[in-house]
Design a protein around this ligand. Structure first.
Ligand code: NDP
Length: 280
């Protein structure tokens, strides 16, 4: 019988658990504060930002939104990041990606101070993850690992297939799973014969953003399926997995919405809190 993983419930429990830590900081006159920088009007980004703001409000973390039009100059964004890095009242910074094409994303992410880098995308934090220090790691992979832990799904010795090689999902997730002794295969749009890999996956994690791409005939019976993909079509949200037809093949599966999304948000709050607690 398949278990549908309730990411929303796990995320709510995690956020509840953060509240006493937040109150403890407030008693010391530290008000954990997250700065969210949003450039342009990507509709998905706007939804992600709103979800993060709502979650902050629910737990008692302050959030400041810095919103700019698509044509914002790179220099202006650079000086904002520098200002936020120097602002003692700000404990965490998120630059919502994707950024507009005229802005060098890697350059901007590298400028976010590693001590305020909620998304774990500064090269210092990326490098730390590579050498096994997971102090601050990207929120979606962290949320997926936490979800597997909460569901008591072991990863050690497991064949894990990830369909995504982005800096924010696939690469850090592969590293975190490798740190936990899984055998990891990363697939992407240039992978030949994708199904040959997916059919061997004891844990299949997908984040392509292609609605219903993962069909029943390319998954192994009894596999764990984690669907991080999110796409919007005609006002409806879709995951990568053809959920209704695939779910009975799986031992565990995450729904979309209500799976990885809320876990990511919970990890945004947790990372902000860790950075606030560590503030020198
Ligand atoms: P990217 O576009 O960077 O990543 C998509 C990945 O899917 C790429 O590695 C791409 O390969 C791969 N891919 C695309 N088409 C195929 C295909 N036909 N076969 C195999 N692989 C394919 O986006 P992100 O990593 O930022 O996000 C990916 C998805 O995850 C999106 O739907 C996004 O909304 C969602 N997301 C969800 C989050 C959550 O909290 N649940 C958080 C972050 C993202 P290639 O590299 O070759 O292009």
């Amino acid at each position: 019988m398949v278990v549908i993983i309730d990411g929303k419930k796990i995320a709510d429990e995690i956020m509840e658990g953060l509240k006493p830590r937040i109150q403890k900081l407030k008693k010391k006159n530290i008000n954990p504060t997250l700065a969210i920088v949003l450039v342009g009007d990507n509709p998905s980004s706007k939804i992600y930002v709103t979800n993060k703001q709502k979650a902050c409000e629910k737990t008692g973390i302050s959030s400041n939104l810095y919103e700019f039009p698509e044509n914002m100059k790179e220099e202006k964004l650079i000086s904002l990041i520098q200002q936020l890095n120097n602002d003692k009242k700000i404990h965490g910074i998120i630059v919502q990606i994707p950024l507009p094409d005229h802005i060098n994303e890697n350059k901007i992410l590298s400028l976010v101070s590693p001590e305020k880098d909620v998304d774990g995308l500064n090269p210092v934090n990326v490098g730390n993850l590579l050498i096994g220090d997971e102090h601050i790691v990207p929120c979606t992979p962290k949320g997926i690992i936490r979800m597997l832990e909460k569901m008591k799904i072991p990863v050690e010795k497991k064949n894990v297939v990830i369909i995504n090689r982005s800096n924010i999902v696939g690469k850090p997730l592969a590293m975190m799973l490798t740190n936990r002794s899984a055998t990891v295969t990363i697939c992407h749009s240039k992978t030949k014969f994708l199904s040959q890999h997916t059919k061997k996956a004891e844990i299949l994690i997908t984040a392509t953003g292609i609605p219903n791409m993962i069909k029943k005939d390319i998954v192994k019976e009894g596999t764990v399926i984690i669907d991080a993909g999110i796409s919007y079509k005609d006002g409806k949200v879709y995951g990568d997995v053809d959920f209704e037809n695939v779910k009975d093949m799986a031992s565990y599966i995450t729904p979309v919405p209500g799976g990885v999304g809320p876990m990511t948000v919970a990890m945004v709050l947790e990372n902000t809190l860790i950075l606030a607690e560590n503030k020198k």
